[in-house]
Design a protein around this ligand. Structure first.
Ligand code: SAH
Length: 483
């Protein structure tokens, strides 16, 4: 109760619109600066560690609040001028005002801090490999998703939502997108104006074009353009199919023009119905030597150059010599599974599990495409599927154990039941690919405590910068069974 009162008292000291001076000592998940005054925590967008800033309190909660940067009194040595003029307004790149070198240092530190603080890992016995940075941390993305809205005088605009809002900042020249995204976006705007095609209006739920989704396969140059629309496919295709086809096929690389129908009042970008207006349903990409067919709705890593380093590291950490049984949990379209399958040979087996049925379908096709028949995919929640009768019935005793387990869960991390099942399977090694170091550390601690005498310890860790200019941190950890 005492500490609760203290928190309450410290809250009472601050009011909305009050200006304070505060020193920043950390960065939050979304790249915001974090500072403390008398135990009260303030989150300040655009402020950096080592800076002293004047900030205006915007919102107060029990024990913490949000403030707006007013003036920098002492500048951080790593502060740089953002490359993109919309950086501050746009919610996309939250760390553009920090030098790339410092971004990497911050991300690596975040991973190690989480492991030691939350995971209670003694880092002295851990091999910490240097973070994989990018030589050129710009124009790296293979996927773009832009909202389209009515701008001034009813003209369509495309761009980004301003941080935490739904107003669109017009930007077609994004500093982290690859070419020719700008040309594609501008071409679509021209067609919309020429044909008088209205942009979507969230408030009235009227208008036609809601979003533009573009995905480019870096290895082959193939580009998929998908228009997300607020009306039926037939009507749209008859009325506007031809002008879009004519304009977009002039752009080099475009091999698919798709339409996705989303007539719901929702924040979810894509609906469930996708149909081809022109070209192929999927694009083909390669990561290393493995070939993948990717459809619009499948999860696919956004930074192909870094993805290859990440998967290569997963493979190295797995330490396969041939003949092993390996589980790939949260396998998506089988990206990591197929990497592993090409290393275990005919005597080995890779078993993948994924919750999204379309992704599992993609995974099976991709295995066939690469002539890999030593891999098997299961559809369902990993915590339900692994160790289940279904696995036993389909692949027998071999499926109930594993030499190596790879997990690559979404941000919320692994289900506790799954971690316990993994301990029961007692693999020699666990390779944990993570997009959130905090949940990784929580899970590492659970695996460290183990079950029935089977325990794991962290051997290696390596961060990989998948999102330069943004705040998210990706990393990979190798754990070994304690002898
Ligand atoms: N390893 C893949 C996908 C990683 S993203 C790659 O690198 O491309 C995480 C995946 O976990 C997503 O495809 C998501 O659909 C899936 N997923 C989420 N919850 C799950 C669960 N409980 N069980 C299995 N898969 C799940």
């Amino acid at each position: 109760m005492g500490s609760e009162m203290k928190k309450f008292e410290s809250k009472a000291e601050f009011k909305k619109n009050q200006e304070v001076t505060v020193t920043i000592n950390d960065l939050g998940k979304d790249g915001e600066g974090i500072g403390h005054i008398d135990g009260y925590t303030l989150f300040i967008k655009d402020a950096l560690p080592e800076e002293t800033v004047r900030a205006k309190i915007m919102k107060t909660k029990k024990g913490y609040g949000f403030a707006r940067l007013v003036e920098i009194q002492k500048k951080a040595p790593g502060r740089v001028v953002p490359k993109c003029i919309s950086a501050r307004a746009c919610g996309g790149c939250t760390l553009q005002h920090l030098s790339y070198e410092e971004q990497l240092r911050f991300k690596e530190k975040k991973v190690l801090d989480c492991l030691s603080r939350i995971g209670e890992v003694d880092l002295t016995g851990v091999e910490v490999l240097p973070i994989f940075g990018m030589e050129n941390p710009w124009h790296y993305r293979n996927k773009a998703q832009f909202p389209v809205r009515r701008g001034k005088e009813g003209k369509p605009v495309v761009g980004f939502y301003a941080g935490r809002t739904h107003s669109v900042i017009p930007v077609t020249d994004c500093a982290i997108q690859s070419s020719p995204m700008k040309e594609i976006l501008e071409t679509i705007l021209v067609v919309m104006e020429q044909e008088n095609i209205p942009a979507y209006d969230e408030e009235t739920h009227e208008g036609i074009i809601r979003h533009i989704f573009i995905r480019k396969a870096f290895a082959t140059g193939e580009i998929m353009v998908c228009l997300i629309i607020n009306e039926g496919f037939r009507k749209f295709a008859e009325q506007y199919g031809e002008p879009f086809r004519l304009a977009l096929t002039k752009i080099e690389g475009v091999t698919s023009i798709l339409v996705n129908v989303n007539k719901e009042r929702t924040n979810v970008i894509m609906g469930t119905y996708t149909k081809c207006l022109w070209g192929k349903e999927t694009i083909t990409d390669y990561i290393g030597k493995i070939r993948y067919e990717i459809s619009a709705q499948s999860f696919y890593q956004v930074n192909p150059l870094q993805t290859e380093k990440l998967y290569q590291t997963a493979l190295e950490f797995a330490g396969l010599t041939g003949g092993e049984t390996v589980w790939d949990m949260y396998c998506g379209i089988g990206t990591i599974s197929l990497f592993l399958a090409s290393s275990v040979g005919q005597a080995g087996k890779v078993l993948g599990v994924e919750i999204v049925p379309e992704a599992v379908e993609n995974a099976r096709k991709n295995a066939a495409l690469n002539q890999l028949d030593n891999v098997e995919f299961f559809c369902g929640a990993a915590e339900d599927v692994v160790g289940s009768e279904e696995v036993y019935n389909r692949v027998g005793e071999a499926g109930m154990k594993a030499d190596v387990v790879v997990v690559d869960p979404p941000r919320k991390g692994c289900d506790r039941v799954l971690l316990e099942t993994i301990c029961n399977m007692a693999p020699a090694r666990i390779v944990y690919v993570s997009c959130d170091p905090a949940t990784l550390a929580r899970d590492v601690k659970i695996l460290g405590e183990g079950r029935d005498g089977v325990q794991y310890e962290v051997k290696k860790v390596r961060a990989c910068d998948m999102f330069p200019q943004g705040g998210h941190v990706e990393c990979i950890v190798l754990m070994s069974k304690v002898k």
